[in-house]
Design a binder for this molecule. Structure first.
Ligand code: ADP
Ligand code: MG
Length: 724
């Protein structure tokens, strides 16, 4: 089929498409299916010997080291359970630095001599695996002759059954490390960071007179995504290969809002949502679908918050589930941060808090002065950490695709600041001005004596332009992109919080040792924090140009692009921080930087090649055909002696030569023998390839507005965003 025929056929197919019937009445009640495919605590309690169960629970809840002798018992119970659930295979699931999920499947069944097979699954198979790791990025951590990586069972994230028409698989979440124990994945550092944060948070809680349980961090991620019909998706090589459209002009302004598809959720999408919810429930993922779409075709889901390690695994599983359920419903689910230029992009807001079962959420202001003082200390630690390590937070969300979104007046700016709301900001201002120590004057909050004003938790009060906003009982980090794993940002947040809580505990301990009264010690450390780090608090409009200027005056970094941000990973301060809290060693930090750059270069190179190919083989031919048609028309009219002008033909011809020359430039840029150092290659991608592919797009998008519709080869924005 020629280019335009593909598009026209896609439109016909979409119109004729009958979505699969989702018969909701037949579905099991959510209560019955919830967690049915999870090797959960209650399953373990039923199936494991008491001592084994206790030992495993102790590891899960309190971070106790796993007793190796229990592995065989757990493996055997897990196998029996999985076989009853129809599993034929098991897989160690891990989270390599590509950002995707990887798994290696093995059969449970091993042939025995008599021609039959026996299900085998030993403790050591549960605990450790050895996938062929050579194809995953390692940033120099594995030499080629030593391509081995190991997966190790993460007891704190429960195993589950993944259903598949061709047989079910028992999935075991694992860490992925090199032979020398260096992290090759997203999970390992998150577990380490979580532990570092817990130790320091517990130190602080002890100072408040508690005998604390293990503190954990919680994460609730709000995931935005687009749905497009699969027929359109398959007619767009850019969506298939780059995840975003490299061509396509936005429909005329306003048009998207008067379309009848907007507002009501198409039945088809509702069917998809209910189906995904059901699949997520089976996997024990506490999904809560919402659909406050900002752009047409855009939706959101926010599962209930969980411990961050589990939330990170569930988040990955959610994305996989969405992709496969969308396919079943004849759609493609797009997680790219900016699939459509000029249309609102997608983020993944990371809501986080910390706490434990006894002291509850440590970011919840309490009712008593004592609880409030404790809240102010934990919140103060967040303020310090975000100011001191804003660059690292920015680096934790850096990617070529998120660069399209950050700072685009729909997402927070690249400047990392904190929104506290007026009341809380005022409390900290009073603390900075002396609070309890310097004066007894009325109106100053006295820590541990006065209660806090009631802080609003109303979402309406929130500042949507802030990258890091306090929302009543948690912080919401709004910079992460929709495609990213939450593990990276959560690793950074936990580590920088560990440092800040360490600082707080050490300072209070020193004050107490020199005879300072407890409340004064708290006032003193909070005052220090606010004087040094208070400049990160900003309640104003983050989208305003004035903020760019003011932030610079305050000395807050403005790391606009990935290339500006990722070097933060290897700054002396970052290396010292991560080494001190044993989250990354220096080699691991360098490997992360290298992988971030590799991914950046790879994604822009793919886009450049695709742009060249689509420009040459789809857009240019359509434009030339139309040009020919117009030229023939002009010729025919002239021959017939009819007066005519060439005002339709000329702009087409002009744009065609712009397109041709932009394509030539892009082709040359791709061929050029440029830098070989990875940093220089990154710059080349950003400063040469990206502008070159944008130039092609500019000419092509202008042509889209002029070329006859029946000749245009690519499904348009209008079609993709509005026809579901
Ligand atoms: P909103 O729509 O106002 O942003 P939601 O209550 O829907 O608020 O919350 C958004 C996300 O924040 C959800 O994933 C939710 O589970 C999560 N969340 C709520 N409370 C906390 C908390 N204490 N810690 C971490 N995440 C939380
Ligand atoms: Mg929110």
């Amino acid at each position: 089929m020629s280019g335009n025929a593909v598009r026209l056929q896609a439109i016909k197919d979409v119109e004729a498409y009958v979505p699969p019937a989702v018969s909701f009445n037949e579905l099991e009640a959510p209560g019955e299916i919830y967690g049915m495919n999870v090797f959960s605590k209650s399953v373990m309690q039923k199936r494991l010997p008491k001592t084994v169960f206790k030992s495993v629970t102790d590891t899960i809840e309190n971070g106790a080291a796993l007793d190796p002798s229990v592995a065989d018992a757990v493996a055997s119970a897990m196998k029996d359970w999985a076989l009853e659930k129809g599993a034929t295979h098991y897989a160690h699931v891990f989270y390599p630095l590509t950002g995707f999920t990887a798994e290696k499947h093995d059969s449970f069944f091993e042939p025995v001599g008599d021609g039959t097979a026996l299900a085998e699954f030993a403790g050591k198979t549960l605990v450790q695996g050895e996938p062929d790791a050579s194809s995953f990025p390692n940033g120099g951590l594995r030499n080629t002759f030593e391509a081995r990586g190991y997966t190790g069972w993460d007891v704190t994230s429960p195993a589950y059954i993944l259903e598949n028409p061709n047989g079910n698989t028992l999935c075991i979440p694992t860490v992925f490390v090199s032979m020398t124990g260096e992290a090759l994945d997203h999970k390992t550092p998150l577990l380490r960071a979580q532990q570092a944060m817990a130790e320091q948070a517990e130190r602080v809680l002890k100072l408040f007179g508690h005998d604390p349980d293990r503190v954990v961090s919680y994460c609730g991620a709000e995931q935005e995504y687009f749905l497009v019909d699969r027929h359109f998706f398959l007619a767009r090589p850019d969506l298939i290969n780059a995840g975003r459209t490299l061509f396509g002009s936005k429909p005329p302004k306003g048009q998207e809002f008067d379309d009848h598809y907007f507002g009501a959720i198409p039945e088809r999408v509702l069917g998809f949502m209910m189906d995904t919810e059901r699949e997520l429930f089976k996997l024990g993922i506490p999904a809560k679908t919402r659909h406050n779409e900002v752009a047409p075709g855009q939706f959101e889901i926010a599962p209930m918050f969980e411990r961050s390690n589990l939330a990170a695994d569930h988040q990955q599983l959610l994305m996989t589930t969405f992709k496969s359920v969308a396919e079943k419903h004849g759609m493609a689910c797009l997680f790219h941060e900016k699939p459509f230029a000029g249309v609102n992009g997608s983020g993944k807001h990371v809501n986080f808090s910390l706490g434990n079962s006894r002291q509850g959420n440590l970011l919840l202001p309490g009712d008593t002065p004592h609880d409030n003082a404790q809240f102010l200390v934990f919140c103060g630690a967040v303020i310090r950490s975000v100011h001191k390590y804003g660059g690292l937070l920015r680096a934790s969300v850096a990617s070529a695709s998120n660069d399209h979104r950050l700072g685009a007046n729909e997402a927070p700016p690249a400047i990392i600041s904190i929104f506290l709301g007026d009341q809380l900001a005022d409390v900290y201002k009073q603390i900075a001005e002396g609070g309890a120590t310097s004066s007894k004057s009325k109106g100053q909050i006295r820590i541990g004596v006065d209660t806090l004003p009631v802080l609003p938790t109303d979402p309406g009060d929130r500042n949507r332009t802030s990258p890091f906003a306090f929302t009543g009982n948690r912080f919401e980090f709004r910079a992460p992109g929709s495609l990213q794993s939450v593990a990276g940002p959560m690793t950074t947040i936990n580590t920088i919080l560990a440092e800040a809580l360490d600082f707080v505990a050490t300072d209070i301990e020193a004050s107490l040792a020199s005879g300072v009264e407890f409340n004064d010690a708290i006032q003193s450390v909070l005052q220090k924090i606010m004087l040094e780090h208070g400049s990160v608090v900003f309640n104003g409009n983050g989208y305003a140009d004035a903020w760019q200027v003011e932030a610079a005056e305050r000395g807050l970094p403005n790391l606009r692009t990935t290339l500006d941000a990722v070097p933060e990973l290897v700054s002396p301060a970052a290396i010292e921080l991560f080494e001190h809290y044993k989250v990354f060693n220096e080699r691991e930090m360098h490997s992360r930087l290298e992988i971030a750059l590799e991914q950046y270069i790879l994604s822009i190179s793919v886009e450049a090649k695709l742009t060249l190919e689509m420009g040459n083989t789809m857009v240019l031919p359509a434009a030339v055909r139309y040009q020919t048609e117009l030229a023939l028309n002009v010729g025919a009219l002239l021959a017939a002696g009819v007066e005519t002008d060439t005002s339709t033909l000329e702009p087409i011809s002009g744009l065609i030569s712009s397109l041709r020359s932009a394509l030539m430039d892009l082709g040359d840029a791709l061929k050029a023998d440029h830098a070989h150092e990875i940093e220089e290659e990154g710059k080349y991608a950003k400063d040469v390839l990206l502008p070159a592919l944008t130039a092609v797009r500019t000419a092509a998008d202008a042509l889209e507005g002029l070329v006859a519709d029946d000749l245009w080869p690519l499904p348009t924005y209008q079609e993709m965003l509005h026809i579901l």
